[in-house]
Design a protein around this ligand. Structure first.
Ligand code: NAI
Ligand code: MG
Length: 352
């Protein structure tokens, strides 16, 4: 029996609804496979913030460091500023654990109509740089409250940072169509983006057998909706990758399906797995959130922990359930969050 300790941060809103369902699915999938998941549930998030003034306790990083992975729902509450929720929880975790890869697979499901004309087949992996770039803490505000008020935000791109994300993307591309698109904007952002282009090209050159296409982010956004089939693996900076992955996920039909992994590839620190969506305050509390993004994130977690077979089984099970139309209202169905979870568990049992 292999045991993995998992920090569970359901967080806010629909995070609290999709997390228990995903945990049940993962428990069902691992039960007879010699794997035990030891869930360490934490009540951190916006409610914790209102009670304590911080999103998580001072020793939270230390607590999570002693576990094998982090399973996150979503954070964000209409009454708490997104700066507090993001910089109080998500971003510190990504940085403390050097989770420099944000991996976001997006693919079509039969029976789920794409929001794009012609219902194209989409199968894309976005490799987003996750700890530097445009989301840097360097900057500030001046002359607040005066007509001269100003804000500055400095992007930070390092050779080390670009090399390692490009190296990871090359590895992903090697296992797929060996075609890598790099998102850039070197015609407008004339210092950081040419540097990004140079370093990505060096890394791809060294790899030898990967075809690299450098595409300006605006043109790439248009291409992602006009001919998503021409895209396979995309490597992008923090901001570009963030926007592009929501765009491609939205093209597939619902943001409720998409998963994401925040990886520390060498395994020096725990990695974090979460759905792409946020806390969805507009539907929170109604039991209708799509749990597939959370379940898929759980499958990615098991893959990372060394259980690809169990991950494959979970992916096959939710794919079958979605393709049969047993889905929540965001995908045009009538099932509740719990009912979708139960259908996935039944499918797992049926596939054995
Ligand atoms: P959101 O992803 O929460 O919601 C966008 C739209 O998609 C809403 O109409 C929502 O109902 C729908 N939706 C999202 N997930 C769904 C699911 N699983 N099933 C069915 N429908 C779903 O993004 P929004 O509204 O911009 O942000 C809400 C809060 O979440 C904010 O406070 C934001 O900062 C936070 N947020 C947190 C993230 C995280 O925890 N990683 C990521 C994105 C946003
Ligand atoms: Mg986003």
């Amino acid at each position: 029996m292999t045991t993995h300790t998992i920090s569970v941060l359901a967080g806010d809103g629909i995070g609290l609804e999709v997390m228990p369902v995903a945990i049940e699915v993962l428990d069902a999938a691992t039960r007879d496979a010699g794997v035990r998941l030891d869930w360490r549930v934490q009540d951190w998030g916006s409610d914790y913030y209102r009670a304590h003034g911080t999103m998580m306790p001072a020793d939270a990083i230390e607590t999570m460091a002693a576990t094998d992975a982090i399973f996150l729902g979503a954070v964000g509450h209409p009454d708490v500023s997104d700066v507090e929720t993001l910089w109080g929880m998500l971003i510190p975790i990504r940085r403390a654990f050097d989770q420099y890869v944000n991996l976001r697979p997006v693919r079509s499901f039969a029976g789920v109509r794409s929001s794009l004309a012609g219902d194209p087949e989409i199968d894309v992996v976005i490799v987003r740089e996750n700890v530097e770039g445009e989301y840097s803490a360097v900057g500030g505000r001046s002359y607040q409250g005066t007509p001269h008020e100003a804000a500055y935000q400095q992007s930070l791109f390092t050779r080390h940072g670009i090399e390692r994300i490009a190296t990871y993307a090359v590895e992903v591309a090697s296992g797929r169509r060996k075609h890598l698109v790099s998102a850039t904007k070197s015609n407008g952002i004339i210092h950081t983006m040419p540097f990004w282009d140079e370093v990505v090209a060096e890394v791809v050159d060294r790899a030898g057998d990967i075809e690299l296409e450098s595409v300006l982010i605006d043109a790439l956004a248009a291409r992602a909706v006009r001919s998503p089939q021409s895209l396979d693996v995309i490597v992008a900076s923090n901001l570009f990758g963030d926007i592009l992955s929501d765009l491609v996920a939205g093209a597939v039909g619902s943001i409720g399906i998409a998963p994401s992994a925040n990886l520390n590839p060498a395994g020096e620190h725990p990695s974090m797995f979460e759905p792409v969506h946020g806390s969805a305050p507009d539907i929170a509390g109604r039991g209708i959130a799509n749990p597939v993004g959370q379940i898929w994130a759980g499958a990615m977690m098991l893959r990372h922990l060394g259980h690809p077979q169990i991950a494959d089984q979970i992916e096959a099970a939710f794919t079958a359930v979605v393709e049969r139309g047993e889905v929540t209202p965001d995908l045009g169905g009538t099932l509740s969050t719990r009912e979708v979870g139960a259908a996935v568990i039944a499918e797992l049992a049926a596939q054995r």
